[in-house]
Design a protein. Structure first.
Length: 120
């Protein structure tokens, strides 16, 4: 069963955006659109989103990637993206600018964003 994938900063630079190499522009590094969930283990809303994202990783397997970044372990990423709310979801389409959603989202709202932003 496919689940979300944990990302370190090094992983993020290779699979999502190498903001260190090109800080002025967004350049998506992935092959498939993705969601990056900035979460914390102590956050109840993050636990709810993780359950939803694990289900959606199965449902959308092969079409999108779903990653998670632990806010407490990857402070450089949190700072670089100005994350102030946990959870925050970064929707990264191929060939377009990413969109950030802050706070908890329902499964139907995440699916709508996947279809409207990532799979358009």
């Amino acid at each position: 069963m496919m689940k979300t994938t944990q990302l370190t900063k090094d992983d993020f630079l290779k699979k999502v955006d190498n903001y260190e190499a090109h800080p002025e522009i967004w350049k998506f590094e992935g092959e498939k659109p993705c969601i990056v969930d900035f979460y914390a283990e102590w956050c109840g809303s993050s636990k709810m989103i993780t359950t939803i994202l694990d289900e959606l990783a199965v449902e959308y397997a092969g079409r999108i990637d779903i990653y998670q970044v632990n806010a407490d372990k990857e402070e450089d990423l949190i700072t670089a993206f100005g994350i102030r709310n946990i959870p925050s979801l970064l929707f990264c389409p191929v060939g377009n600018k990413p969109r950030m959603a802050k706070g908890a989202m329902s499964k139907s709202d995440v699916k709508k964003a996947i279809n409207d932003v990532l799979l358009q």
